[in-house]
Design a protein around this ligand. Structure first.
Ligand SMILES: [Zn+2]
Ligand SMILES: [Zn+2]
Ligand SMILES: [Zn+2]
Length: 89
């Protein structure tokens, strides 16, 4: 059970929500995205792995920011990259 070993998800108390309904990186390059995720460390809103550019995963790898939240309406979950752990809120 990866959930029990994740120390990151437990520390998130105030969820950061997307400031805009667009991927911060795709808008710079004219890219398209499928779903949006918001980094819980710095608040960057980036596209998911179903999107061609995988900006949220790229950001997590490059920055070491471990936790994202779904920025999709009606979705209320967090995901930790290093532990591959989901949590609903
Ligand atoms: Zn974790
Ligand atoms: Zn993107
Ligand atoms: Zn970040």
């Amino acid at each position: 059970m990866p959930d029990s070993t994740c120390s990151h998800l437990k520390t998130i108390e105030n969820i950061k929500h997307a400031k805009r309904r667009e991927c911060d990186e795709c808008v710079k390059i004219g890219g398209r995205w499928v779903h949006l995720r918001t980094c819980q460390e710095c608040g960057a809103t980036l596209c998911c792995d179903s999107s061609p550019n995988h900006h949220a995963t790229g950001h997590a790898r490059a920055s070491g920011h471990p936790v994202i939240a779904s920025a999709e309406p009606g979705e209320r979950w967090l995901y930790c990259y290093p532990h591959d752990a989901f949590a609903e809120y």
